[in-house]
Design a protein around this ligand. Structure first.
Ligand code: ATP
Ligand code: MG
Length: 627
């Protein structure tokens, strides 16, 4: 595939345009990262940039004192007091704007209220909320007083929420009465109450009145958010937190494996998301960033909150479903708010392709488009580049994980020639590689394990409550100095990295290794197929067989066509035992929720996220019919 060069207009104004950034970071790794750190506010400077004496636990900015809330709010008050920090839109089109001063006032008040409710440094504060300004305020209020926030995606069932609260030891919960999703009112407080029946460790619940629905308030435990903060002063001293105090715990998507509670630091994490917002998302003062992720996932934490706000940028926060009232909603939002930087996931990109006449929307404010979460196919990349960005926006495919805190592999938009379908090269100051199973560097086009060889500030502190899993999952294959990402990838002849999917997405059929992602990729190439997911199911003869779930109108012709395509493009070995046509696939964090499908098919259990339950049930019913 030939390279596409960054558009000239973009390059001229870009934050980073000197290619020497790569060599400088290599020559002086410490200076590179420290130069970003020095742009933030520290109460006390760090004594040592990097400590690897307790590998595989790595620490950055040792003994530095910093507060994330101060850096995202107070630091901007002098010059950006009246600048929009958050522009919020609800599903029904209602909107609110919070300036940096508004944010300062609201964060200060809530943090004082939390203190009065007995929350202390190191305590865990749960946040079970949709994308509301109050969710961001809650994160920053917790950070302000040195508490660790644990965000629980609002779509999670009470059971999933209870698991996360219990696992992390949440002491106080901030939630909302309800919210709207595809026009339906979701009673979130009821779900929270149910979760709190299961986990009894929460002493106080703060309830944001969002939808005005009727809810039960438990005397002595539940507090009305507005009433609580009304009595408080805006001024609130920031706790002097250590660079390595945990800022938050967040659970991985759990799309394939069990969710893990990943702990992130305050200093290193903030430096990493600040730096990457600047060099990859190229954020500047006049930008409006629209990151479509839910706040409940790491992408929301890093690129709707801590990255852009530490830079003093403006963030668009959308609360509702991206396909409501129709699949063009995202384009409407871009037009309405003059979004300049659009960061999204491949699933949404594929959905938007069905939107019809894009040119009926004014998307001319866009200047950069980014993607994360799943491989962005070349065809989708080109569509974004040509149709959405009209060849004037670089499209950056960014690879990273909950564990890495921020972007790890991505083009620097003004510097790196882009190859559609590739995530390009690691960012400066980060070293990755692709290894074969014996730990040798893979040759071009040889599929191998994507590993990280040089740590960086955003890297996790550990897995909450499970040091064994931390070592076993990430550091047992190649030792304590080489981090195993769990993804497979290969180099091309120019050293560009192509992600081929998760290692646990490669299954063994009669002794052959077959990539499920590869199968999905070729099936998605068929015009009639909107989306699909392949999973491995136990098979008496072959060990494992493939079940394929296809979002398309059912037809025998199409099933035959799919088989033919798989046979031609991959081989007979990859032919599915079962093809099931479905209306929808369950999703988590914008990704297909394969574990929920597998549970329904293999264990006959309906698991996962509340918002997905109906979708999963329908799949289970279809399976029963097919069995
Ligand atoms: P779990 O680990 O619980 O199964 P998860 O890995 O889906 O959940 P995340 O940390 O949100 O949770 O996702 C990180 C993973 O997403 C990566 O390991 C990779 O598989 C995939 N990913 C992220 N960005 C990209 C990208 N640009 N291209 C391809 N895959 C990506
Ligand atoms: Mg993972």
């Amino acid at each position: 595939m030939k390279s596409i060069y960054p558009p000239e207009d973009f390059v001229e104004k870009a934050n980073v345009k000197d290619p020497a950034i790569y060599s400088k970071a290599k020559e002086n790794w410490i200076d590179y990262w420290e130069s970003f750190a020095k742009e933030l506010h520290w109460f006390e400077p760090w004594e040592k940039f990097f400590d690897d004496s307790k590998a595989p636990y790595y620490r950055f900015f040792v003994n530095g004192k910093i507060n994330a809330s101060y850096n995202c709010v107070d630091r901007h008050l002098k010059e950006k007091r009246n600048k929009a920090a958050i522009i919020w839109e609800g599903e029904k089109g209602e909107n609110r704007v919070l300036t940096y001063f508004d944010l300062y006032r609201e964060v200060g008040k809530l943090s004082n209220a939390l203190r009065n409710l007995g929350v202390k440094k190191g305590d865990k504060v749960g946040i079970y909320m949709p994308n509301l300004p109050e969710a961001v305020i809650s994160m920053l209020a917790a950070a302000r007083i040195g508490a660790t926030h644990v965000f629980i995606f609002a779509g999670f069932s009470p059971k999933s929420a209870a698991f996360r609260m219990k696992d992390s030891g949440v002491k106080l919960l901030i939630t909302a009465d309800g919210y709207y999703r595809r026009g339906n009112l979701i009673n979130l407080k009821e779900k929270a109450d149910e979760a709190l029946e299961e986990y009894k460790g929460v002493e106080n619940v703060v309830v944001v009145r969002r939808a005005g629905n009727e809810i039960d308030m438990k005397e002595g435990r539940d507090h009305d958010y507005a009433e609580l903060v009304r009595k408080e002063k805006a001024k609130s001293e920031c706790e002097i937190t250590d660079a390595n105090d945990p800022l938050f715990i967040i659970y991985t998507s759990g799309s394939v494996a069990e969710p893990k509670g990943i702990i992130h630091s305050t200093g290193g994490y903030l430096v990493h998301v600040y730096a990457t917002s600047k060099i990859v998302l190229d954020l500047k003062d006049e930008d409006v960033l629209f990151c479509t992720a839910d706040l409940g996932w790491i992408t929301g934490h890093s690129y709707s909150v801590y990255g852009p706000l530490s830079l003093g940028a403006t963030v668009l926060l959308y609360e509702g479903a991206p396909d409501y009232p129709d699949i063009c909603r995202t384009f409407e939002l871009i037009e309405k708010y003059g979004v300049t930087v659009f960061y999204t996931v491949p699933t949404l990109v594929r959905m938007l392709q069905g939107c019809g006449n894009i040119d009926s929307f004014d998307l001319s404010t866009l200047r950069l488009i980014g993607s994360v979460g799943e491989p962005l196919e070349a065809e989708n990349w080109l569509w974004l580049y040509e149709e959405v960005g009209k060849k004037k926006c670089p499209v950056v495919d960014t690879w990273w994980q909950t564990e890495t805190g921020g972007i790890v592999i991505a083009p620097i938009p003004a510097l790196t020639p882009m190859k559609p379908g590739s995530v390009s090269k690691p960012l400066p100051g980060i070293e990755v590689d692709i290894y074969d199973s014996g730990g040798k560097k893979a040759k071009p086009y040889q599929l191998g394990h994507l590993v990280i060889k040089k740590m960086f500030p955003g890297f996790m502190l550990g897995i909450h409550g499970d040091p064994k899993a931390y070592v076993q999952l990430y550091w047992s294959k190649f030792g304590k100095r080489v981090y195993l990402t769990g993804d497979y990838a290969y180099y091309d002849e120019d050293g560009y990295i192509w992600i081929s999917g998760r290692a646990d997405d490669v299954i063994n059929i009669s002794g052959h290794r077959v990539s499920l992602v590869e199968i999905e990729k070729v099936v998605k190439e068929l015009r009639e197929v909107a989306d699909c997911a392949a999973i491995g199911v136990p098979d008496r003869i072959k060990g494992t067989a493939i079940a394929l779930f296809v979002v398309a109108e059912k037809s025998d012709d199409l099933a035959e066509k799919i088989k033919k395509k798989i046979e031609e493009d991959i081989g007979r070995i990859a032919l599915p035992r079962l093809i099931v046509f479905v209306k929808e696939l369950p999703k988590t964090a914008g990704k297909v929720f394969k574990r929920a499908i597998a549970d329904a098919v293999i264990k006959k259990e309906i698991s996962g996220i509340a918002s997905n339950v109906e979708v999963v049930k329908k799949i289970a019913e279809k399976i029963d019919k097919n069995a």
